[in-house]
Design a binder for this molecule. Structure first.
Ligand code: MF3
Ligand code: CO
Ligand code: CO
Length: 266
């Protein structure tokens, strides 16, 4: 494992890329309404990243370890889709929950963030799942400080998800991010407190728990990318990119439209 400690110059570049990523999620929010297709949301985000922000969408043609190249500029995961949903021509309908995940590259550095969007009027259960996943993400973030261990993050997330009668997806995790899209370390969203590598100032990684209303098991779709819950239960995910500072953390993917840490989390 090779966890890169970022230089002050790199941290400044990451602040910009991450802010731009969050800005894309702010920009697209008013377009997420019943009837719009995820393909249209992809087109809008692509144009915004490329033409307005001068960024490169990292997901477009992204092809890790022999995967088929990812064909779009954002990921859109609806309802029981966990992650890596491919935008297409199916319109969103009233009551859907949608994750949009964006990763613009600016000056060679990646900003990676995702949020849940409620389409029209959403059921109480679906809303609750989105809230639990949001709280899971922030409980993980709140553990970040020099001297803490990666397992502290995963443990906080898992405990809260399971206490809430939900489950945490095991096959996908947070990750170091910088000049590379997916760098070391892997940031598991479950595990034992006190385990794993120690956090050090100038590390940058994502925390992006995927929380299922039902069981944790996943199924891979034939398109090679879309991941769904095996039991077809709803799934929700939020993602921030986080810097370890000298004293605690700095969330890099904040913007005016991003909701902050819930008050009850220390
Ligand atoms: N943005 C996702 C993450 O948070 C990765 C998407 S890879 C893709 O790590 F190819 F599916 F777009
Ligand atoms: Co990520
Ligand atoms: Co992402």
């Amino acid at each position: 494992m090779n966890i890169i400690l970022k230089t002050p110059e790199e941290i400044e570049k990451m602040r910009l890329s991450c802010r731009l990523a969050a800005d894309v999620l702010d920009y697209i929010a008013p377009f997420v309404v019943p009837g719009v297709t995820t393909g249209e949301l992809d087109r809008l985000c692509h144009e915004y990243m490329v033409d307005v922000q001068g960024c490169i969408p990292a997901t477009l043609n992204y092809a890790p370890r022999g995967c088929t190249p990812y064909p779009k500029s954002i990921c859109t995961s609806i309802n029981h889709q966990i992650c890596h949903g491919i935008p297409g021509d199916k319109p969103l309908k009233n009551g859907d929950i949608l994750n949009i995940d964006v990763t613009p590259i600016k000056n060679g550095y990646h900003g990676d963030t995702s949020r849940m969007y409620l389409v029209g009027e959403v059921s109480i259960q679906a809303k609750r799942l989105c809230e639990i996943a949001f709280e899971c993400m922030w409980l993980g973030i709140a553990k970040v400080r020099p001297g803490a261990r990666l397992g502290d993050i995963g443990n906080a997330i898992q405990r809260y998800a399971e206490k809430s009668a939900c489950s945490v997806v095991r096959e996908f995790c947070g990750h170091g991010v910088g000049a590379g899209f997916h760098e070391d370390p892997q940031v598991l969203h479950y595990g034992m407190a006190g385990s794993g590598p120690e956090l050090k100032p100038r590390m940058i990684f994502t925390i992006e728990p995927m929380v299922n209303a039902g069981k944790a098991a996943i199924r891979q779709m034939a398109d090679g990318w879309t991941v769904v819950t095996k039991d077809h239960s709803l799934s929700a995910q939020w993602e921030h990119t986080v810097l370890v500072t000298e004293t605690a953390y700095e969330v890099l993917t904040l913007s005016p439209g991003a909701r902050g840490k819930p008050d009850w989390i220390a």
